[in-house]
Ligand binder design. Structure first.
Ligand code: FAD
Ligand code: FES
Length: 279
């Protein structure tokens, strides 16, 4: 995927009868700052305006002019407006540690929008459950849901208070996050999933959306099932191509006739109906 500096290449993908245009951009880093323990926020400007992005879609980010790591990595779109793209990331390995060393004015390659994103079918109340770095796809969702007049509850589980990131952005939308910390250093001392049930008011049209580590997603699903609520989860499955080509990101998926097949997280996800996955 090569393009002259400062230009963008569009390519189209045909999938599930829908045509989507993915934009490849060479961007320039505006800011890359630590915002919590091992957590950074990066702001990148593209020369050309970004295509429309749905809440819950993601981007592939790649460090240019190097072959190690060769592959791009997936990151939720935290914000995408006009020319500007933002992501919030945890430093866990090779690419994210190198990303934290990127400076203002450095070049960065990214392509978006990828994946399906969250459904914007209106409900009265959305309960968002985020764990670890799982809050990142929810800011755009909250902005849109606010415009639709939905009530939003954000439950956010962290290992420790020092890992708490982005909550002021949610507060800026009038949302008061309910925080749970594994070590009791902030908010509720315990698992974030303990907090779901008390938030549900019978009779209010409610759905649950979750993003975070698999054990948390599993527990969210079983709570949703117990309460009889719709539940979608956004998976953070490691990816290679991000475009539906390598099948490196497949997850078992329950078909309507109850047989198991596979779905690619990068194109048919990352958001899945939790009732369709195998827990
Ligand atoms: C759709 C999607 C959205 C994502 N959004 C974000 C985001 O907004 N912010 C963010 O910080 N991260 C996000 N991730 C996860 C992010 O892609 C990985 O953290 C990143 O690829 C790690 O790259 P690395 O080179 O630093 O780590 P590597 O060197 O590749 O791996 C380091 C260690 O982390 C493990 N690892 C790598 N990727 C994952 C993963 N996805 N899940 C669990 N363990 C993993 C590896 O097994 C290894 O042990 C998202 C993933 C997906 C699929
Ligand atoms: S990452 Fe290649 S098919 Fe999904």
């Amino acid at each position: 995927m090569h393009s002259p500096a400062g230009t963008a290449v569009y390519f189209a993908m045909h999938h599930c009868h829908s045509r989507r245009t993915i934009r490849y951009s060479k961007g320039t880093v505006v800011r890359n700052v630590p915002i919590a323990e091992n957590t950074w926020r990066i702001t990148i400007d593209s020369e050309e305006p970004l295509p429309e992005v749905r809440a819950g879609q993601f981007a592939m980010l790649r460090l240019p002019n190097r072959t190690d790591p060769l592959l791009a990595r997936p990151f939720a779109v935290y914000l995408a407006e006009a020319h500007r793209f933002e992501a919030v990331y945890l430093t866990v390995g090779k690419m994210t540690r190198l990303l934290a060393a990127v400076r203002t004015n450095d070049p960065l390659e990214f392509w978006l929008p990828l994946g399906n994103g969250f459904s914007d079918e209106p409900v009265q109340h959305t309960i968002l459950v985020a764990g670890g770095i799982g809050q990142t796809p929810f800011l755009m969702y909250c902005r849109n849901a606010r415009k639709r007049g939905e009530r939003i509850t954000l439950l956010y589980g962290v290992r420790t208070a020092a890992r708490t990131a982005c909550m002021d952005d949610f507060r800026g939308l009038g949302i008061t996050p309910v925080i749970a910390a594994d070590d009791g250093s902030a908010g509720y001392h315990g698992l974030v999933t303990d907090l779901i049930e008390p938030q549900y008011h019978a009779g209010e049209l409610t759905k649950i959306l979750a993003c975070g580590p698999l054990p948390m997603l599993r527990s969210v699903f079983f709570t949703a099932k117990k309460l009889g609520l719709p539940c979608s989860v956004s998976l953070e499955t490691p990816m290679s191509c991000g475009l539906g080509i390598c099948f490196g990101c497949v997850v078992p998926y329950r078909e309507n006739d109850d047989t198991l097949d596979y779905r690619r997280t990068c194109t048919e996800g990352p958001v899945f109906d939790a009732y369709k996955l195998q827990w």
